[in-house]
Design a protein around this ligand. Structure first.
Ligand SMILES: [Zn+2]
Ligand SMILES: [Zn+2]
Length: 294
């Protein structure tokens, strides 16, 4: 029998555990390969320096429009909001335990005996596909698109735009990702920091002011040129969106949602009606919940 207090305790413990972990990351008291705090800063600095040295749009300011807002979003979505989520997960874990629900039965393949590198690759590809699919849903369903509009309200592109998104996206992306991990029996997501760092780096590059396509790898890896057109104000006729890829461009080529025209990098960004999205953090935080007037 579990009482309300146990659930509150679970939430508080999860929250405080994450506060402690984040603090230990800041003071570098965790293994370096799991230090997302300094890892994120390091990746950001590298991509930013590349943007400064080799800009695609030369006249774009180093401190482009919304640079600081998006910089704040990086830390908000990655760390501050993660504190609350850690509490919620601990609580849900206890709830599932109390309900007698176990996730072990969901595993489709037991990948524990596979070589570590292969495990990580399969995890990366599966996770990326599920995120691609979630992203398509975010643009196809009106109610979800309202939240995703915050990411698409970026008018000048730079690396930090990567993590500018509504906090609801953290929640909307989660169920499918969790399900994906459950399918892989014997996989310890704790080993996955490498995959996460690769994904952060690719995501930063996708939004950077750099003309990079990775040569023939462009059919596999998402890149700044392709993702810029995901953010284009004007979409091809009759399309809801193009280039939904997160880390991989593969899915867009497979499912025929790829669209990469000749480009000078100066395409107008946003979407029709993007002036409605509030400019500041708090306005954007609350955006998407009110019913829109037709
Ligand atoms: Zn999008
Ligand atoms: Zn984007």
């Amino acid at each position: 029998m579990t009482y309300m207090e146990d659930y509150i305790d679970a939430f508080v413990n999860g929250f405080l555990g994450m506060v402690q972990w984040t603090w230990r990351s800041i003071v570098m008291d965790v293994p370096w390969q799991t230090n997302y705090f300094w890892g994120l800063i390091l990746i950001s600095l590298v991509v930013w320096v590349l943007e400064i040295l080799f800009p695609w749009r030369r006249d774009q300011s180093i401190f482009r429009k919304d640079f600081w807002l998006d910089g704040f979003y990086m830390f908000f979505n990655f760390f501050l909001f993660a504190l609350v989520l850690a509490g919620v997960y601990r609580l849900l874990g206890l709830l599932f335990f109390d309900l007698g629900l176990s996730i072990d039965g969901l595993a489709l393949v037991d990948i524990a005996p596979w070589p570590q590198g292969l495990q990580l690759l399969v995890f990366f590809v599966l996770l990326d596909f599920l995120q691609w699919f979630t992203h398509v849903m975010l643009q196809r369903f009106e109610a979800l698109w309202e939240f995703h509009k915050v990411h698409h309200s970026v008018k000048e592109m730079g690396f930090a735009a990567h993590l500018r998104f509504h906090w609801m996206e953290n929640i909307l992306y989660k169920p499918l990702k969790t399900l994906g991990v459950m399918f892989l029996g014997g996989f310890e997501p704790q080993q996955a920091y490498l995959v996460h760092f690769v994904a952060i780096a690719i995501g930063h590059f996708n939004h950077a002011n750099l003309k990079l396509t990775y040569g023939p790898l462009k059919y596999i890896l998402n890149n700044p040129v392709m993702h810029l057109h995901h953010h284009a104000y004007t979409l091809p006729q009759g399309s809801n969106g193009v280039n939904y890829g997160i880390s991989l461009s593969l899915w867009d080529y497979l499912f025929k949602t790829a669209h990469v025209p000749e480009s000078s990098g100066r395409v107008p960004l946003g979407f029709p009606g993007d002036g409605e999205v509030p400019q500041g953090f708090f306005g954007q935080f609350a955006h998407g919940f009110k019913r829109r007037k037709k």
